[in-house]
Design a protein around this ligand. Structure first.
Ligand SMILES: NC(=O)c1ccc[n+]([C@@H]2O[C@H](COP(=O)([O-])OP(=O)(O)OC[C@H]3O[C@@H](n4cnc5c(N)ncnc54)[C@H](OP(=O)(O)O)[C@@H]3O)[C@@H](O)[C@H]2O)c1
Length: 246
């Protein structure tokens, strides 16, 4: 069994896309997975599938904008499996529009989910990691933060804020207790852009995703690679994008 087989991993945004693919990838390699998202029907199906294939999985309704929900997700991992080795802070939303449109409500949603949601995960997991003497924080940021383009300003800003958090956390944690990994996917075929309000922007994004997007399994394999490294090896950043993405 690979090193993954001994891991207990909590994943936010596990109800679809990259989070669901990561849950399946890790569970297939023997990890115990604890899945959080708001759509519990999706989580139920995923847990049933993992268990039917002989894997170990639990689920909880989690809204990452609520600090208590993250505390409960971490507690579920510890109570059910004895510890938490890895938190994959993956839940995220993308609302694409020019800043001049002043979609302030959408800005707030992205800040609350993509940034505050990750902070809530850190706040919940860090004491457990410190207490155990080990822990790994993985998060899905984005190539949107690496190549800045119009209409993705706030989305990219939230992702780069998280990149900054992880780098600072890494520098504060050089005693070997904590590993941090920021994964930057490019276009990945998921539901992410289906929730963009503006029909024109939504259609454009869906078109780009259909034309270019890679499978979420590719990102899941990268996350698994980062997790399965020996405890003294930290994969700090990884970019996984379509070979044809500009
Ligand atoms: N797809 C891409 O091209 C791409 C590229 C770069 C980065 N990313 C990042 O990858 C991550 C996963 O996205 P995806 O592409 O897999 O899209 P997705 O299929 O839409 O998945 C997003 C996940 O986030 C969850 N979520 C959203 N708001 C939440 C909240 N308030 N509380 C808890 N969970 C919440 C959703 O679950 P519920 O709705 O059930 O709560 C869903 O499971 C995101 O952080 C995204 O920014 C994606």
């Amino acid at each position: 069994m690979s090193r993954l087989g001994s891991k207990v991993v909590a994943i936010t945004g596990a109800s679809s896309g990259i989070g669901a693919a990561t849950a399946l990838e890790l569970a297939t390699h023997g990890a115990a997975v604890v899945l959080g998202a708001r759509r519990t029907d999706r989580l139920d199906s995923l847990v049933a599938r993992i268990r039917a294939e002989g894997g170990r999985a639990e689920m909880l309704e989690v809204d990452v904008t609520k600090r208590a929900d993250l505390e409960q997700l971490v507690a579920l991992a510890v109570n059910r499996f004895g510890r938490l080795d890895v938190l994959v802070s993956n839940a995220g939303v993308a609302r694409i529009a020019s800043m001049a449109d002043l979609d302030v409500d959408d800005w707030d949603v992205m800040i609350d989910v993509n940034l505050r949601g990750v902070l809530h995960g850190i706040a919940a997991a860090l004491p457990v990691f410190r207490n155990q003497g080990h822990g790994h924080l993985v998060t899905t940021v984005s190539t949107s933060g690496l190549k800045i383009v119009p209409t993705q300003a706030v989305y990219a800003a939230t992702k780069n804020a998280v990149r900054t958090l992880l780098e600072a956390l890494r520098q504060e944690s050089t005693d070997g207790v904590l590993r941090t990994t920021a994964i930057s996917p490019g276009y990945v075929r998921t539901e992410l852009v289906d929730y963009i309000d503006d029909p024109e922007q939504r259609e454009q994004a869906q078109h780009a995703m259909a034309a270019l997007g890679i499978s979420p399994d590719a990102v899941a394999r990268a996350i698994a690679f980062a997790i399965e490294q020996p405890d003294d090896v930290e994969i700090g950043e990884m970019t996984i994008r379509p070979a044809r993405q500009g």
